[in-house]
Structure formats: C-alpha cells, structure tokens
Design a protein around this ligand. Structure first.
Ligand code: ASN
Ligand code: ZN
Length: 318
C-alpha cells in the first residue's frame, strides 16, 4: 500500500542562513557523544549500510546530487523550524547531530527515522520518485525523532496515529513556513510531487480533506479517514496509524484555519506544547485533544475554544 510519508521548491531564505551560521560546529561546546555537526548527509550508494559515506556537511557547497542537496536543505530547514519557532535544539533538545542517508537500497519506496538517523529511498521510478523531493516528508521523518525524544507515542492504534499525525503537522508547518503561506493559503498536502506522472494523485495525504489525496488504478484510493465515525479498526499498519492519522490531521487543519494566520506560529506552537507537556506514551486522541486545549488556554480562552471545536468537529470530543 501507499501508506508512506511525502513537491515544491525549497526557498532557503536569509533567516535560515543565519540559523546555520549560529549553529555552526564551533558554536557549541562538545556536550556528549551526539553533539557534533548540526547535521550531515550521507549516501548508502544503493546499499543498506548506514550511515554510508559522508557527502555534505554544513558549509559545504551544493553537491550537484539532487537527493543529497534536497536532504541537506530539508534537514537544515527542519532544524530551523524547531529552533526558531519552537525553541528546540535539534531532536533531543541538546543539539544532537541529525544524520541523514540518501540513495538507500534500489528502487526503495519509503523514507524513515530508524531510531537513530533519517533514511531516504530514491523511489521505484514508476510510481514514486525521490523521497527527498517533498520537504514536508523530510520534516515528517525528523519529527518522528522529536516525538521519540518527547512523548514517545507508542506506534500502535490511537497513540500511533497521533505519532503519525504530529509528524504530518510539523512537516506541513515546515512546508507552509518555507512557502510563506498562511493557513488559508496552504494546500495542506503531504508529499506533493512524490508521485510520478503516471499516478492519478496529488500527494500522499491531504490534511484538509483526508481520503482525497489520490485515487489510482494501481495504488487504489487514499484510505485516510477524517472523523471518528469512520475510524478504521485493523491489524494492518500498526492498527491503521497512517489511516486514522487523518482524524487528528483534520483537527489540526480546522484549528489552524480557525485561529488564522501562519499555522506554525499559532496551532503549530500549541501542538508542539501539547507534545512536550508530559503526556504519556499511550495517550489517545481524547487525551491529546485535552493537552492541546490546555496548551491553547495559555494563549487565550478564545483560542482554547477554537481548538476544542476542531476536535469536536472530527468526533473526538463531545
Ligand atoms: N515513511 C513511513 C513513516 O514515517 C515509514 C514508517 O516508519 N512507517 O511513517
Ligand atoms: Zn511517519
């Protein structure tokens, strides 16, 4: 199935270049085994040995290899989102080096965080192109690392769907920030551009309209759901984590558009505060809804009400 994570051109603006300058290797005293460079990009040369060969580190010129340079830009921009918007110093909040590897295996149709590092396939060349192409896929995968080091949401059932959803939330925030779009202007697609032209689909997922991202003779239809009324009970995909994530995704979309303005500054900060508020690993949708309403209450009672209404609209809270 196409239960994978998901093209727009990266715009690396002045603020990101400043972020890189201030996060240069010399700026931080060595604080432990993981505190090296801010990030590094490696190649597996179409094999499976990780991390593979170092190809590009901060300050190095573009390599000319699109997968390497997309991974470089996407990791840099993801670190800037977490640092500049959420006040987080890398995925562990202690400046750990983000290690990314591209050209993993042959025709590999996925990208993932393996618990230690990021890994990206080149796609099969028929259905999927490079998994480094959509910047929100980069942000999605690095956000799995952030979740691992914070709430560590168990990757099964509702907590697993929340784990998936917060990766889409921060991946979408990353994309919207790079494009300079407000919540109303954004397309809310995850992985736009990852499908090659033969596929009848726009993206891997739609946060605004879960279940409508693709409908293709080979891939089938986007299986995501947008309401508790349609919650899928299944043994597949760790209990439908990529399917039921449409429910909290839609709640985020509704909250962000109700609050208005830039999603990463409004609803994004609230979702990040909820994720890092001390919630348990087995938190369910209702528990996470409570955490976001509580976090929104620190903004204002009106915003808390907007967030509560978003969760009610998808059937999570009454
Ligand atoms: N790309 C997938 C994801 O991040 C890989 C996985 O771990 N299921 O959800
Ligand atoms: Zn994921």
């Amino acid at each position: 199935g196409a239960s994978r994570c998901g093209a727009q051109t990266l715009r690396i603006d002045a603020s990101l270049r400043v972020a890189r300058a201030t996060a240069s290797p010399g700026a931080r005293p060595a604080a432990g085994a993981t505190a090296g460079r801010p990030f590094s990009v490696h190649t597996a040369r179409h094999g499976t040995d990780l991390p593979g060969d170092l190809v590009r580190a901060p300050g190095d010129p573009a390599s000319g290899d699109p997968a390497v340079d997309e991974a470089y830009a996407g990791v840099e921009a993801s670190l800037a989102l977490f640092s500049e918007v959420f006040g987080r110093d890398s995925y562990d909040d202690r400046g750990a080096e983000v290690v990314a590897t591209v050209h993993y295996e042959q025709d590999y149709d996925n990208a993932f965080w393996d618990g230690t590092q990021l890994v990206f396939g080149d796609g099969d060349g028929t259905v999927f192109g490079r998994f480094t192409k959509p910047v929100d896929v980069l942000g999605h995968e690095l956000s799995h690392a952030v979740t691992q080091f914070t709430a560590d949401l168990t990757y099964e059932g509702q907590s697993g769907a929340l784990n998936e959803s917060v990766s889409d939330v921060f991946g979408s925030c990353l994309k919207q920030r790079l494009l300079g779009q407000t919540a109303d202007e954004a397309d809310w697609l995850i992985g736009e551009g990852i499908f090659l032209p033969s596929v009848q689909g726009r993206a891997l997922r739609s946060m605004a309209e879960p279940g409508t991202a693709y409908d293709d003779p080979v891939l089938g239809k986007d299986p995501q759901v947008a309401s508790m009324d349609d919650y899928v009970d299944t043994q597949d995909d760790n209990g439908g984590v990529h399917t039921n994530s449409g429910i909290p995704n839609k709640a985020f979309h509704l909250a962000a558009t109700a609050i208005g303005g830039k999603a990463w500054e409004g609803a994004g900060r609230i979702w990040y505060a909820a994720l890092t508020s001390g919630i348990a690993a087995d938190t369910d949708f209702a528990g996470f809804a409570d955490a976001t309403v509580t976090a929104a209450g620190a903004v204002s009672p009106a915003v808390a009400e907007q967030v509560r209404a978003a969760w009610t609209a998808v059937g999570v809270t009454g």
